[in-house]
Design a protein around this ligand. Structure first.
Ligand code: GAL
Length: 636
């Protein structure tokens, strides 16, 4: 089990380093991420390195049996770099070249940046590749920076040439005859800079794909310099709608998937969500929770103290899903600088604090865990696709309430609440091992992926598709002749009109209804409401299970081959969505509400109690309030 966090000793006088390692030992810390933002210290003048301080840090850590996850500091170039190479500073969509003074102010397409980043990686690999403390390489920090400069424009055009081959193909894919955008020369194409009115959705989507590939190339360049040292190389994935990174693709290029997780809503549920995503991206390979906040959670711009026990419980949610440990940002809270109020494992109050006590207690617990080979056999998957998410952020959609992440989170929450640990899967993956697949608002789908889903149902699977799915192809062009074009046949329906809803509307059970089911007091037959969205669904083979008050089908079911394809044409509340899952045959939780039970192939069971009461009968001993247990139960 890896345990530790980002360690920034360059922010502290050297005598503090000795306190640091003593406290790290007290807290059973065994891995620290060093050097993430150290470029200006490591290369104070272009081409002149100062490794003396880092030598002493790494030697001190090695002498104390603490391993190092050594970062390349390329997320924050030093002031001399920005002055010498102003063309490598980020340019925003509205043409503003940003100045030095924060972090992440670089352009991954700028040749001077690429050269400087490779030179730094080479220097670090040469100096520390055989250092006894070195356990892992941490390339960069949270790739995700956008830039719209001329370097980017050139690289984007090259990428477009490779993707589309010819301008004719690009013009067709981008529907450039709309608003006279037809290109007759590659040089006419720009990154999607600020426009007068709505921008071209296909261009926006291709630009995100390009940024993901461009940043990945940047990562791969550094990785290939570091890999000959024989030490695993990774980078920490950051999550958010603004991040132009396709983690499915990136996961294939890292030696272990590493994620940063900063929940901003219900942390219990969001931790499970982040960990299920990371586990799925890793596809059976190792992964690690690289960063989380120690003593606070962030909510609406506020930093709220985590209640006692939460720090360990959230870490355990990740470990229960296969994380090889729990890491934090950061070891010691900074006394100055832009993030001086971000939390630390050693907060400003020092070790004599609740946070440090909880950190030490968790360290002891993790040090005492016995090894096991994590592996979860999920029977249910949720489809997760960045391209669909990005496309659903296009301008000009028929309602501002259509929100991919909200839809996905509701599906995950519903499974989490009923004790099901799902995988996430890409629509093109082999999904034959699952019994049920949830497809929340997957706006964009390729014909190939649509065929994949069709085969899944044909062979006996249950598919539960939610509104605004399968409407466009990979170029954001609408599949014609009735929505949802790519899945119409499989779902046995055809839709000709959409109506956004500003108020919830009642839904009614109809036709051959499934038996009433109870979910938090709501029955299928009563109180079902539709929200934000509705569709004019016509039956073409499917049966209506629930209707709008007009009698138009709202939820349908289609027997197809050996399986069943459900369609939900509106947004339900959580109880309604849970009722739909029950109607579709998903089991309900056997554990009491608020208790999470995660079973691994090798019989290891993690039980995590999110309630304030002791829970009996799940683990060999009662689960303490807010606590957890790990035990072996091969039979259940
Ligand atoms: C992370 C980032 C860290 C630090 C942290 C603050 O996203 O990687 O460097 O900024 O947030 O919570």
């Amino acid at each position: 089990m890896r345990y530790g966090g980002d360690y920034n000793p360059e922010q502290w006088p050297e005598e503090v380093w000795h306190d640091d390692v003593a406290l790290m030992r007290e807290a059973s810390v065994n891995l620290v991420t060093v050097g993430v933002f150290s470029w200006s210290r490591l290369e104070p003048v272009e081409g002149e390195y100062d490794f003396g301080w880092l030598d002493r840090v790494l030697d001190l850590l090695a002498a104390n049996d603490i391993q190092v996850n050594l970062a390349t500091p390329t997320a924050s170039p030093p002031p001399w770099f920005s002055l010498a190479y102003p063309d490598a500073l980020t340019v925003t969509a509205d043409g503003v070249r940003l100045t030095h003074g924060s972090r992440d102010t670089y352009c991954v397409s700028a040749p001077p940046y690429r050269t400087a980043a490779k030179r730094m990686a080479t220097a670090l690999a040469g100096r520390y590749g055989e250092h006894p403390a070195l356990a892992m390489w941490h390339v960069h920090n949270e790739y995700g920076t956008w830039c719209h400069c001329d370097h980017v424009a050139g690289a984007f055009r090259e990428w477009l040439r490779r993707r589309h081959g010819s301008l004719d193909v690009l013009n067709e894919a981008w529907t450039t005859d709309f608003w006279s955008q037809r290109y007759s020369d590659w040089a006419q194409i720009s990154p999607p800079r600020k426009t007068q009115y709505l921008a071209n959705p296909a261009q926006l989507l291709d630009f995100r794909r390009f940024l993901s590939d461009e940043m990945l190339a940047c990562y791969v360049e550094q990785r290939d310099i570091l890999r000959p040292t024989g030490v695993p190389v990774t980078t920490n994935f950051v999550f958010g709608g603004w991040v132009p990174v396709d983690h499915w693709r990136w996961a294939e290029e890292v030696d272990l998937v590493a994620i940063d997780d900063y929940p901003s809503g219900n942390a219990e549920e969001e931790s499970a969500f982040a960990a299920d995503l990371a586990r799925s991206w890793a596809r059976g390979r190792p992964w690690l929770l690289m960063e989380q906040a120690a003593g606070v959670r962030y909510a609406g711009g506020r930093m709220i103290p985590k209640e006692p026990g939460a720090l360990a419980r959230h870490s355990m949610q990740h470990i229960a899903r296969g994380s090889q440990g729990a890491m934090f940002f950061q070891w010691r809270a900074s006394r100055g600088g832009a993030e001086q109020w971000h939390h630390g494992m050693v907060p400003h109050a020092g070790p004599n604090s609740r946070t440090f006590q909880e950190i030490s207690a968790l360290g002891r617990t993790l040090a005492g865990l016995s090894d096991h080979v994590p592996g979860i056999d999920a029977k249910v998957a949720i489809l997760w696709d960045y391209e669909a998410w990005w496309a659903l952020q296009s301008p000009g959609l028929p309602s501002p309430d259509l929100d991919y992440l909200k839809s996905i989170r509701q599906a995950h929450r519903a499974l989490w609440q009923r004790g099901i640990t799902p995988d996430f899967a890409h629509p093109s993956h082999d999904i034959s091992q699952y019994e049920t697949i949830l497809v929340p608002s997957l706006y964009l789908i390729t014909s190939k992926s649509a065929a994949n889903l069709t085969t899944f149902v044909q062979n006996g699977g249950t598919l539960i598709v939610s509104y605004f799915t399968a409407l466009t192809n990979e170029h954001c062009q609408i599949h014609l002749n009735g929505h949802p074009g790519a899945l119409r046949h499989l779902l046995g329906i055809s839709i000709d009109e959409f109506t956004p809803l500003t108020e919830p509307i009642p839904l009614l059970a109809s036709g051959e209804t499934p038996p009433p089911v109870r979910s938090s007091g709501t029955t299928w037959n009563a109180q079902l409401t539709g929200m934000i969205w509705s569709e004019n669904v016509r039956l073409v083979g499917a049966e209506a299970v629930v209707t709008y008050s007009s009698g138009t089908p709202a939820i349908t079911r289609n027997r197809y081959g050996a399986g069943t394809a459900w369609y939900l044409s509106t947004q339900l509340d959580d109880d309604g969505y849970a009722a739909l899952l029950t109607a579709a045959g998903l089991p309900v939780a056997s554990a009491p509400p608020g208790v999470e039970v995660i079973r691994h192939r090798d019989g290891t069971v993690y039980a995590i109690n999110h309630t304030k009461d002791a829970v009996h009968g799940i683990a060999p001993n009662p689960l303490p309030p807010g606590g957890f247990a790990i035990f072996n139960d091969p039979c259940r």
